[in-house]
Design a protein around this ligand. Sequence first.
Ligand code: NIG
Ligand code: FE
Length: 412
Amino acid sequence: MSTDTPSGEPLQERVWRNARLACMVRGAADIGLIARGAILVRGERIAFAGDERDLPPGGPASRESIDCEGRLITPGLIDCHTHLIHAGHRAHEFEQRLRGVSYQEIAETGGGILSTVRATRAATTAQLLTESLPRLDALLAEGVTTIEVKSGYGLELGAERRMLEAARELGRLRPVQVHTTFLGAHAVPPETANDADGSLDEVARNMLPTLASEGLVDSVDGFCERIAFSPAQIARVFAVAAALGIRVRLHADQFSNSGGARVAAAHAALSADHLEFTDEPGVVALARAGTVAVLLPGAFYFLRERNPPPVELLRRHGVGMAVATDCNPGTSPLTSLLLALNMAATQFGLTVAECLAGATREAARALGMQRDIGTLEAGKYADLAIWNVEDPAELVYRMGFNPLHARIWRGR
Ligand code: NIG
Ligand code: FE
């Protein structure tokens, strides 16, 4: 039954059997649970996922068989919104905020994003990696097999490049797929503090085309907010991304209803993220555009926000919801996707099935990678997380406990 590769070597065939499968296929009831399932993998891809009785036959000689002893298998988890690469931390700002200073006030007085920009500009690629790898390892230990990583703490060509190169390097140092996002429109850099439009000229005319031509940009993001950029300014950057054939995503409506969801939808964004202040017309626009809502409960919790995203409207209008850590030093120093799921349930009211879809199928859509990852289906990459849990809900219910048994990336 084993197939040959073009080089004539037999393709490795492995089967994980005696497992419960949370297939997460769209349209299936709930999480698409199969009580006694098996997954057959050829090379890097799933050849079969389903009831063990339907497993295609193969001789024991050609196939390695792994008995999962009834454990639960989900698709490998996907963290679709992180600022994982950065230097330093902002514990001092956390203490300021505990004394009552707001995130916006800190940002307006030169702290916030700009304090991480200073630290990140001063760091070499090697230093960025040394600081960021422990964060990545924490995520991988919980079954993450794909991660999105943004730039946006460089805000000048060289430092943005170093961030994106470091992000790409993560994928060579660890068994994980890295999706890179250029976030040049994250904040106005200190050198052009009074000239947001001028800084965007540099982002749109120089940085984005240059970094894209170097193969460092899988998608483009921006921060649409009163303390950052307006919808019209974001639209300029998105127009350049479109001309380069690169999909976009947006930090939208995090602190105010600033038209972020609508500008994201107008540019057929893969995702619109945060959305705490998005109104119904914004939700309708996202639904029409097929844009995924990425919910970031870590930032909501850490900033002690009061206004949750409009989950009921997102549901009613059929907008897919993903959940991510937003791992960053200012608003979400969170390196546990499982804890983000727990927060999405407790703070935003997502169901367990929505949380699990949010870290798998919907997160894959938010990255435009749904053909390759996000569900347990034949043809997709064999990215799996195998869990020591009795009830799938335990993945969302526990806080600060890691029940991962094994993590498989591309069949290994
Ligand atoms: O996703 N909102 C903008 N960007 C980040 C925060 C960045 C920072 O404070 O360093 C976020 O919350
Ligand atoms: Fe973010």
